[in-house]
Design a protein around this ligand. Structure first.
Ligand code: ATP
Ligand code: MG
Length: 613
């Protein structure tokens, strides 16, 4: 990305044809009829401009001819009619263009943006762990707006070029020397416009990280989520100070850009203006020397002005295409990059009810980490079992849970469902058989009912919304000790759980955790993984939740991750992890008898309770 920003203007110009082709394809895909209309009308309008110029020349030739004035006007009439017709058609075409374009823009925008979201929601989870993925994504979303501008710019450029070619032909016919003069008059301005555009884009890319930091600071200082801690820790001065530093650097960059841009464009304008004056002097000399007649000189002045208009249109459009093209390249580049993070071709096997879930030599190392989070780990879990993953913070429990659930793909090793690798199975069917309550659960800004219903979205999704079946949702909430608490909310299950909206409510940490547990219980999944489901629960709620989990025993399979070891006593097998390795496994009694890590952790916790008692 950065390399491209530093590449010369020529290289980026070289990339433009491909980008323009992509943008036109995007537009064509979004709306064929309107794209066709806009293209035809824009080019037609360019042709009409040429006709207009030819007609003007003929009008002038007739008017400057010898003879009485009424005769000259009469002789000029057909050309005047042609001129008026061309102007009228041009006007109509321009109305057609803007009408079609107004309909095209929203369609192209939504099409491009939807594709971005289709991608960001499909990439594998590990994409988000990658360096600068978020940065690229931010620029890609800016690039979505560029598609339509690129299309518009391209069509206007074509119109400008058509006009320009016509004028150039006219000028060459009159006197080739004038063409050279014309180029001298316009190239400096064109070049300075382009180089200012390049400068602007370079600055934009260079300040991308800074913009994201500013955006983050904006949220930290203005949003509800951080308001309490901001006050609790007295972070106001600290954050404002950070803002001043980042914003100060940004302002300096912008001022520097403004200074350099002004210098360049002023230089371009001055040189261009001097050269323009030179062209008129040349014309005057030719006229005085009798090399061109008056009618031709007059046409020439008009043609020159038309040429300058067309050239400035062309320059402006090239500049715009250039800038928008680079933004659009961010979009296409991100989409290309994201393709590398797409899940492997999905399998089609029907997973069937769980009999055995096994991991063989599973290893996963996060990007930019030396040590694997899960290392050469093998285990088997059988249908109806309740098993537990236990270990100190950072020992790899959540990572292992994500691997077993098929949410992360191990770098080495394999996870099998009834003996077949997870990736052989149809992923959507597999998802319906696995429910995961994650440790860092998300507080979805929906109603309480919907917050639970998303645990079984396939069943409740109708027309893009969720139509919850309250009976089952209440039953799930009951098992997660959430029912009574939801009933007490101002609008019961219909209470919106987002305080930033009118009538929205917030919940306590433990209350949220009950809701997420209900999400896990909603569909009786073959495999339920609960990662720290009770860390915020009060003792009574915790007792009831684990009672509900125990009720699954024998009927369905459950993986529990918890630091409260009293809750795993009943587990069929306890897997103890240390730095990504499986160091012990067995039932509670076996592990206590072994006197290893589990026994040590259990004794520590039990001692705490005894001391307190
Ligand atoms: N997205 C990530 N990118 C990089 N490293 C990660 C990421 N997630 C976890 N880690 C690292 O991987 C290791 C295992 O993390 P994991 O979350 O699996 O531990 P855990 O056993 O669940 O810990 P806890 O008891 O605190 O929940 C840790 O060293 C952690 O810092
Ligand atoms: Mg964890």
């Amino acid at each position: 990305m950065r390399a491209r920003a530093e590449a010369g203007v020529w290289r980026v110009l070289g990339e433009l044809p491909r980008l323009i082709a992509t943008a036109l394809r995007v537009s064509w895909r979004a709306d064929r009829v309107r794209t066709g209309i806009v293209a035809a009308a824009t080019i037609g309008s360019g042709l009409m401009a040429t006709f207009g110029l030819i007609a003007t020349q003929r009008v002038l030739v007739e008017l400057f001819a010898g003879g009485p004035t009424p005769d000259r006007v009469r002789a000029a009439l057909p050309a005047i009619t042609l001129l008026a017709t061309a102007a009228m058609i041009r006007g109509m075409l321009s109305i057609t263009t803007s009408y079609a374009e107004n309909g095209l823009a929203p369609r192209v925008n939504s099409d491009v943006e939807r594709r971005l979201f289709e991608t960001t929601t499909a990439v594998r989870l590990d994409a988000f762990d990658e360096d600068s993925f978020a940065d690229d994504m931010e620029r890609a979303s800016r690039g979505t707006d560029s598609a339509i501008d690129l299309v518009r710019g391209t069509l206007n450029l074509m119109a400008g070029l058509a006009g320009l070619v016509a004028v150039m032909v006219a000028v060459v016919v009159i006197n080739p020397l004038l063409l050279a003069a014309l180029l001298v008059a316009t190239v400096p301005t064109a070049w300075s416009t382009l180089s200012v555009g390049h400068l602007r884009y370079q600055t934009y890319v260079a300040s991308s990280t800074r913009r994201r930091r500013l955006f983050m600071l904006h949220r930290l200082m203005a949003e509800r989520a951080s308001a309490l801690e901001l006050r609790g820790y007295g972070l106001r001065g600290f954050l404002l100070n950070q803002y001043d530093r980042v914003m100060g650097a940004e302002t300096r960059t912008q001022l520097d850009l403004a200074r350099r841009a002004t210098t360049r464009s002023t230089a371009g304008s001055v040189i261009g203006g001097l050269a323009g004056a030179g062209v008129y002097v040349l014309l005057g000399v030719l006229l005085l020397g009798g090399q061109i007649p008056l009618a031709e000189a007059a046409t020439c002045v008009i043609a020159l002005q038309a040429a300058q208009r067309s050239l400035s249109t062309v320059t402006y459009q090239v500049d715009r295409i250039y800038i928008e093209g680079q933004h659009f390249a961010d979009y296409t580049g991100f989409m290309d990059r994201a393709t590398g993070h797409m899940p492997a071709e999905p399998g089609a096997a029907e997973p069937g009810p769980l009999r055995t879930l096994a991991a063989r030599g599973a290893t996963l190392t996060y990007p930019d980490r030396q040590a694997p989070a899960v290392r050469d780990l093998s285990l088997s879990i059988h249908s109806g079992q309740t098993v537990a993953f236990v270990g100190e913070n950072g020992s790899g429990k959540s990572t292992l849970a994500a691997i077993v659930a098929g949410l992360r793909v191990p770098d080495a090793g394999v996870v099998t469902w009834n003996g077949r690798p997870l990736h052989d199975h149809d992923p959507s069917l597999l998802r319906t058989r696995i429910a995961v309550v994650t440790q860092d659960y998300h507080r979805w800004p929906f109603t309480a009912a919907t917050n639970i219903a998303i645990g079984d979205v396939a069943r409740y999704a109708v027309d893009g919304g969720l139509v919850p079946d309250l009976g089952r949702i209440e039953a799930a909430a009951e098992r997660a000790v959430a029912h009574g608490m939801i009933k007490e909310l101002p609008y019961g299950y219909e209470t919106l759980l987002d305080r930033t909206f009118a009538h929205g409510q917030d919940l306590s940490g433990g209350q949220w955790q009950r809701i997420t547990a209900a999400r896990g219980f909603l569909r009786d999944a073959d495999l339920l993984i609960m990662d720290e489901p009770s860390s915020a629960l009060d003792p009574r709620a915790e007792y009831q939740l684990f009672q509900a989990i125990r009720d699954r025993h024998g009927a369905a399979t459950t993986i529990l991750i918890t630091h409260r070891l009293a809750n795993v006593r009943h587990a069929d097998v306890i897997f103890v992890l240390d730095r990504g390795r499986l160091i012990e496994s067995g039932s509670h009694d076996e592990l206590i008898a072994l006197g290893g890590r589990y026994a040590e952790l259990f004794a520590l916790q039990a001692a705490g309770y005894r001391a307190a008692g």
